[in-house]
Design a protein around this ligand. Structure first.
Ligand SMILES: [Zn+2]
Length: 678
């Protein structure tokens, strides 16, 4: 029998509460279309496994078998809040939908963040001290590495992310990077009528498509940029939060019926009240004393003269400077992207509106024709899809650590120029306008134009270009293999091997090609250094407390990730073939006075190298920050000690253990819920 291409599963498009509201009941059920895979009961598939144990009641719920003929023949189980098997099916459906969105945009497989593998780290490190002696590594004529310790490449591999639909009795859900799991909670709704909630009823976070997509995005973002777990400036945690919401929000527009209904309600306009701009409505309504959704992206309910009114939010150029708390700052990023979405939507539907309004472009009040609604919804879906792709692809153009919103804007612009040089719908201009309206400016950019925002190309000397080209040559074969390989475990092994080959090529070629001074110049262009740590910040080094004697110690270079990005462009016939390599160095520094406030702070420098494959192997962009920057070091130190201009990281948000300054999503989300119930 031929395997089907897709599996169709019924589920909610918005939170389950919308099924009991007259205006949305008819459209809250949709069909999730996800690539077919053979599933074990759970469901357990290639990327995720749903494990349904409820610790509060010590109960294992029977796992749903989506391969069962009866279930499969009716598009899965019908949506039901009271059926745990449906919950399992639903978590699986939304999780897979989110994974597919990312894979399509990135042009590669999602590989989960590995369990810690001290052995590889050790090998990479010692090899650097003396690459020749330590390993007798050879490349075979197929370009594969010989002489590796057995099992080294597959160590730490995580095949499936674990999803626990009923993991806690709590108004919370979070991604746990140590367990490589997502835990969903459920809770009793507040004892009062609010929105569409049944007072005292149970609310399941695993039934909110927004919350599932949000948590999945945390997991995927962590796999792509593991160093974004380090809270080094006020934008980092906010970026994790905001980006997770952006994915959840834009994914909604794939459900055409719901979009059509909402557009019909608002007369085709997205700047009037509609449920598309709200996230996790039921979750928000169920918390005591809270009106409306968790975060309302485009407007707010206010009470005027005893009457409740919905008001669109007006952006202000002071927003970025004055919004400092992590969740608010995250919401600001979401509002910015949603603003860009509205702008492109308005631009691309203006002809339709002119046709429908006898040339004025302004539709009369009242309901609009079904055909027009249908066409508008089509446009909205397409714009949301493209914008989401742009947002995801931009991740590859972000620095490997210490990200700011300004960096993200530059990444968005650069990624999109590469993908669609013509930009006939004005995505880039819309993005720039939306960022400008909120005062989000990247550092060191004088004007906000497409040209000045695009990351500039590197200025390597001929010799340096040749050096990079030879590194690319060595990993080229691996990259080709990687693109052809579909088995994710194999992909993982190949990625790690490529990492090693890349490191080896860098170090060996250095010895052949460069004198000490030239090598340092080359490293500096990559945000790195080959000088001893004690002189890291030049004269300023004297005021820095290094915990070790670093007189002759040179920081090892870490090849963090090697990722092929082969993808089709938004414009027809264009194919982009790139490889992204991250190179970083890390130094430990003591900060704070002796006693309670004394901590060890990791400080990083380095870059994301975006390389082009093809007839010529070249570096297209070098995106990063220098390890030698004392100014940045001081900023990070002050921020962590709460001495910066804004507030420091709230202690409650971050894990207080041996990995300092790591984001803890459990606490981050709990904080969010508390804040709302105030
Ligand atoms: Zn989150």
């Amino acid at each position: 029998m031929i395997k089907p291409a897709y599996r169709f599963l019924r589920g909610y498009c918005l939170d389950p509460g919308f099924s009991t509201r007259l205006d949305t009941a008819s459209i809250n059920e949709g069909i999730y279309r996800i690539p077919f895979e053979v599933l074990k009961p759970g469901p357990i598939g290639e990327y995720v496994e749903v494990i349904d144990f409820d610790p509060a009641s010590h109960c294992w719920y029977d796992p749903v078998d989506l391969g069962d003929e009866e279930i499969a023949s009716q598009y899965g189980l019908p949506p039901s809040e009271g059926n745990p098997q449906f919950h399992q099916q639903f978590v699986y459906a939304v999780a897979m939908k989110t994974i597919v969105t990312f894979e399509r945009a990135l042009g590669r497989k999602i590989i989960w963040y590995p369990r810690r593998s001290p052995r590889l780290a050790y090998e990479l490190y010692t090899q650097q001290l003396d690459p020749k002696i330590h390993w007798n590594l050879r490349l075979t004529h197929e370009g594969r590495l010989k002489g590796l310790p057995a099992g080294l490449l597959s160590e730490g591999y995580v095949a499936r992310l674990r999803l626990h639909p009923h993991a806690l009795r709590d108004a919370n859900a979070y991604y746990d990077p140590e367990k490589q799991a997502v835990l969903f909670g459920y809770f009793v709704a507040a004892d009062q009528f609010q929105g569409a909630n049944y007072p005292g009823g149970l609310v399941f976070t695993c039934l909110s498509p927004d919350i599932v997509a949000h948590e999945m995005t945390h997991a995927i973002l962590h796999a792509i940029h593991p160093l974004y777990m380090e809270d080094t400036n006020p934008d980092v945690a906010a970026f994790h939060e905001g980006f997770a919401d952006i994915v959840a929000l834009l994914q909604r527009f794939t459900f055409s019926e719901m979009v059509e209904q909402q557009l019909a309600m608002t007369g085709g306009r997205l700047d009037r009240y509609n449920v598309l701009g709200e996230l996790a409505t039921q979750f928000g309504e169920a918390l005591a004393g809270n009106r409306g959704a968790l975060r309302s992206m485009i407007g707010r309910w206010t009470t005027k003269d005893g009457k409740e009114e919905w008001e669109p939010l007006k952006p202000s150029p002071a927003d970025y400077a004055t919004t400092v708390e992590a969740h608010d700052r995250g919401a600001l990023l979401v509002a910015t992207i949603f603003d860009a979405f509205q702008r492109v939507y308005a631009y691309s539907t203006r002809d339709l509106l002119r046709i429908a309004s006898n040339g004025t472009g302004v539709l009369p009040e009242g309901s609009i024709s079904r055909e027009l609604v249908h066409r508008l919804a089509e446009e909205a879906r397409e714009v949301a899809e493209h914008l989401l792709q742009i947002c995801i692809r931009a991740l590859d153009y972000c620095p490997p650590h210490d990200i700011t919103f300004g960096d993200y804007l530059r990444a968005l612009i650069t990624a999109d120029i590469d993908a669609a040089p013509a930009d006939d719908k004005g995505y880039r201009v819309a993005l720039i306008e939306a960022f400008r309206a909120r005062g989000i400016f990247p550092e060191g950019v004088k004007t906000l134009s497409v040209d000045s925002l695009r990351w500039s190309g590197p200025n390597f000397t001929n010799k340096q270009t040749k050096m990079l080209s030879s590194v690319i040559n060595e990993i080229k074969q691996h990259i080709r293999l990687l693109v052809e390989t579909t088995d994710r475990h194999k992909v993982y092994e190949l990625l790690r091997e490529t990492q090693l080959v890349c490191q080896k090529a860098l170090l060996f070629n250095k010895q052949k090609a460069f004198k000490e001074r030239e090598w340092e110049d080359f490293l500096n262009k990559l945000g790195l250094t080959g000088r001893p740590v004690s002189k890291l910040f030049g004269l300023d080094s004297a005021s820095v407390r290094f915990p070790y004697n670093y007189n002759s110690y040179v920081l090892p270079i870490e090849v963090g990730t090697v990722r092929p990005a082969f993808r089709a462009s938004r414009e027809e016939g264009r194919q982009i073939e790139q490889v992204l390599v991250t190179l970083t160095q890390r130094v430990l520094v003591e900060i704070g006075e002796d006693g309670e406030r004394k901590r060890t702070m990791p400080f990083r420098g380095g870059c994301s190298l975006i390389l082009r494959l093809g007839t010529s192997n070249e570096a297209e962009y070098v995106v990063g920050t220098s390890i030698k920057s004392y100014g940045r070091f001081e900023r990070q130190r002050k921020y962590l000690l709460g001495e910066g201009e804004g507030p420091g990281p709230s202690a409650s948000l971050y894990a207080d253990d041996d990995r300092p300054w790591r984001i803890n999503f459990n606490l981050l989300h709990r904080h969010r819920a508390d804040g709302l119930s105030k």
